[in-house]
Ligand binder design. Sequence first.
Ligand SMILES: [Zn+2]
Length: 260
Amino acid sequence: MKHLKIVFVILAWMLLNVMVANGEEAAPGEPPHWTYEGEEGPEAWGSLDARYELCSTGHAQSPIDISGAEADDLTGITFHYNPSALNIFNNGHTIQVKYDEGSSITYNETEYHLAQFHFHHPSEHTINGEAFDMELHFVHLDAAGNVGAVVGVMLKQGETENPAFAAIFGNLPAEKGDPQPTDIVINAADLMPESILYSTYSGSLTTPPCTQDVRWLVLSTPVELSAAQLEAFTSLFELNARPVQPLNVRDLLEDTTADS
Ligand SMILES: [Zn+2]
């Protein structure tokens, strides 16, 4: 009888181990929740899920502090942005605008298709250690459908309302939800600063899964929005910016081509 009890305990222990092992193996369909603060914040992203590993192990992560960039006459970014319906939604981490097909940039003879743009508060990249009020990311896909190039635009407070942003900042969905098509037409080209000089480096997505091999093109000239426009976003997202990551051994180049 005593032996039977021991055998039973051992069997139960083995069964429990098998269950735990299976539980770890079975990858849940949905990637885990993450946040910008607290226990699921940026420091923990890499350990929340195996798929997020690069967030902590990657050596080419974004954002970075843009300082000490090597000045060079770089090839320009050619924008082929066309109008799109305003298809705006709150994905729980930011406000995103899904862009209609048919807009792209060409950089170093490679074409990247504009898929969406979204906002961060404060800016994710810093310039000489200084953050801007917000940062706008234009996300472009390569021919394989992966994020290939992101154009970053700094947003800062100015004196007057910026009419190019009025349709977007007047329609920020407060609640998380799916894309909502509207009959408003916008053009991403209108959201750009006049000068398209930029700094560039090879980095990553700034949110899990922190995928690398993303060509970052951060424009040097900020765009101004009114205090009320900034407030419309910042009242919804108090903080949605990943802290800057180490540059490590990466080239950081600044386009200083004469802006003629
Ligand atoms: Zn972003």
